[in-house]
Design a protein. Structure first.
Length: 279
């Protein structure tokens, strides 16, 4: 087991397992706070965690239509865990405190082709923050940074809840959404002592889809019941992800203008839409 504090690289990829668990926890608390940009015309840089706030995705979609070429994005949303890894290994790099970086708000993008896109992005309302309060990262753009909902505290709360759930025998963290002073922060200490691949004992939904061998289980049964509740026709709810279930998922996706792939992942838009459909 690799703990977050043991990662000695200025890279966020090693904590992707914990990142995904955290995003799932966040979505449990606040559905659709962050959405994936994987389906847009982008080239994901190494280690990109492709999530932003929904209105940021819309703005990016509009920009990409005008730009007409794929855009290389090296960083978008960064979890408080990913920010901690960067902070721990910051060296001479300028890195915000865990809990406080703009990337944690899901409104920022680091763009490889920044010289090419700078003028058009500024014209469309993006803020190029270079030179702002000593900011020296030329590739960094924000979508209406100060007018966007601030979700940084929510994302820290998600970690605090995840930690408390995974460690019922330890002293529980106060769920206040605050990391605070890195030198004395209890939350930061817990982040550093979390496994990079995610907590093994925390319930984390598997990705449900038509597979060979076929998936069976309570989670499939729950999905089938949810589909029925959402008004989708389904012959039986027998806890078996068969062709009929695959068709039902696709039908739901079609009727909600989602990507029609028959896949229900833990943090994906289909699970979010299902949750909202039966709320
Ligand atoms: Zn940046």
């Amino acid at each position: 087991m690799t703990l977050v504090k043991d990662i000695k690289k200025f890279r966020t990829l090693p904590v992707r397992g914990l990142d995904r668990q955290l995003l799932w926890q966040l979505n449990q608390l606040f559905p659709n706070l962050l959405v994936s940009i994987e389906d847009l015309n982008i080239k994901p840089g190494d280690g990109l965690f492709p999530y932003v706030q929904p209105s940021v995705k819309k703005a990016l979609e509009i920009f990409l239509k005008d730009y007409g070429k794929p855009l290389t994005i090296n960083s978008a949303y960064r979890s408080v865990v990913a920010q901690t890894v960067l902070y721990n290994n910051r060296g001479s790099n300028l890195v915000g405190n865990p809990g406080e970086s703009d990337h944690q708000n899901g409104v920022s993008l680091d763009i490889e082709e920044w010289t090419d896109v700078k003028d058009l992005m500024k014209k469309q309302g993006w803020k190029w923050t270079y030179g702002d309060q000593g900011k020296s990262d030329v590739w960094h753009f924000d979508w209406h940074r100060h007018e966007m909902p601030d979700i940084k505290e929510d994302t820290v709360k998600a970690f605090q809840i995840l930690w408390n759930t995974a460690n019922p025998e330890l002293e529980q963290l106060v769920v206040d959404g605050i990391v605070g002073n890195p030198d004395v922060s209890k939350t930061l200490k817990c982040i550093n002592n979390s496994p990079a691949e995610g907590f093994p004992n925390v319930g984390y939904p598997r990705t449900l889809k038509l597979t060979e061998p076929i998936q069976q289980g309570k989670d499939v049964g729950e999905l089938q019941l949810t589909l029925k509740k959402a008004g989708i026709k389904l012959e039986k709810a027998d806890q078996v992800f068969d062709l009929g279930t695959d068709q039902a998922v696709k039908e739901f996706q079609r009727s909600h203008s989602l990507t029609i792939d028959g896949i229900v992942s833990a943090e994906g838009e289909t699970r979010q839409a299902l949750k909202l459909a039966i709320a």
